[in-house]
Design a protein around this ligand. Structure first.
Ligand code: TXA
Ligand code: MG
Length: 323
């Protein structure tokens, strides 16, 4: 079973494991990541193995600072502006890789582009100490809900990894927003922890959506799935369902729900994002066959929340069956 160490006491142990080509689960401001040295192919392969990912999808490389990022990828002026504004933070930029950047091709699944992000807190310090970028997908089994606490990581991956660094509940609670600038256009590849309109405000241009042909596991129709079925935009609870609520107004029949969690009583989408994965897990554990979800507004972080809910509700036949 994985050892769980608090951030204050985990640095040396985490460094030793990463130097030795092993994986370590670390807190970031978005969700927990399963990290490995991005320049070490064997270490990166261990990430896929531990997650049970069905195929080699490209991972995000996490950097400590702009200098490290600049050695890995070429920044167009708009990407540079977004990095300077939002890093460290929940923004991932897809950029052209530089030649001989040391990144193992398994990280990028052989693409000539790379997804880069600078995380806040422990992750950033760890990368600076290691002196090399860390590849890190969310620290959960493939297709399952992303972990926002060390306990959730240990419950899911604890048998397969040696260390979980405990930084408490992750403040954002949703994965990073992924954007790509192509031919001067700004594409939203994955809504996430920074609302699209915040990025648009800095960029001065509108975001394009629905990019064709860009494959991302977060873009598989069924992803982030709990064991229970999900029913969205529910106005009335059916018998035996658990309820994922939002705001002050309850769906009809809510008193009969097997279990209830409210993402945000106050209707605050930021608070809802923080609670989303943990509450989905809690309702899943209630044993209900179906989790009914009240409507969530689509503005701000609501876009990312609804994206994750839609994937969690999608038919499961496309993913490996749940453990
Ligand atoms: O907040 C986050 O982003 C978390 C934390 C741990 O940093 N990480 C995360 O990683 O969500 P992961 O592997 O679960 O999702 C990475 C996403 C995938 O959808 C992947 O396909 C996409 O980034 N991606 C990676 N490289 C890409 C590329 N070159 N072009 C387009 N998409 C890419
Ligand atoms: Mg993930």
């Amino acid at each position: 079973m994985a050892e769980i160490l608090a951030v204050g006491e985990a640095m040396e142990r985490a460094l030793a494991l990463l130097e030795g080509g092993d994986v370590v689960a670390i807190p970031t401001e978005t969700v927990y990541g399963l990290a490995a040295d991005a320049t070490n192919g064997v270490a990166v392969a261990r990430i896929f193995e531990a997650k049970g990912r069905p195929r080699f999808n490209p991972l995000i490389a996490h950097v400590a600072d702009l200098a490290m990022a600049g050695r890995i990828a070429d920044f167009d002026p708009l990407s540079a502006k977004l990095a300077e504004t939002f890093w460290p933070g929940p923004l991932t930029l897809v950029l052209q890789q530089r030649a001989e950047n040391g990144i193992h091709p398994l990280v990028t699944a052989g693409l000539d582009t790379i997804a880069l992000r600078m995380p806040r807190g422990f992750g950033g310090e760890l990368i600076a100490r290691l002196g090399r970028p860390l590849a890190a997908p969310s620290a959960n089994s493939s297709g399952r809900i992303s972990a926002t606490t060390a306990e959730a990581v240990a419950a899911d991956l604890g048998e397969r990894i040696r260390l979980v660094v405990d930084g408490g509940a992750t403040p954002v609670g949703l994965e990073s927003t992924i954007v790509k600038i192509e031919d001067g256009k700004l594409w939203l590849l994955r809504p996430g922890g920074i609302a699209a309109r915040e990025i648009e405000a800095v960029a001065g241009v509108k975001m394009m959506r629905g990019a064709a042909g860009i494959q991302a596991p977060g873009m598989l129709a069924s992803h982030y799935a709990p064991g229970a079925a999900m029913r969205l935009n529910v106005g009335k609870i059916a018998s035996g369902e658990a309820l994922l609520a939002f705001g002050r107004d309850r769906a009809e029949g809510w008193q009969d729900a097997v279990a209830v969690r409210n993402l945000s009583e106050a209707g605050d989408l930021r608070e809802a994002a923080t609670n989303l994965f943990a509450y989905m897990q809690a309702l899943d554990r209630s044993g209900a066959a179906t989790i009914a979800v009240e409507p969530i507004p689509q503005d701000g972080l609501g876009e990312a929340i609804n994206d994750r809910l839609a994937r969690a509700a999608a038919p499961r036949d496309k993913i490996a069956s749940a453990p």
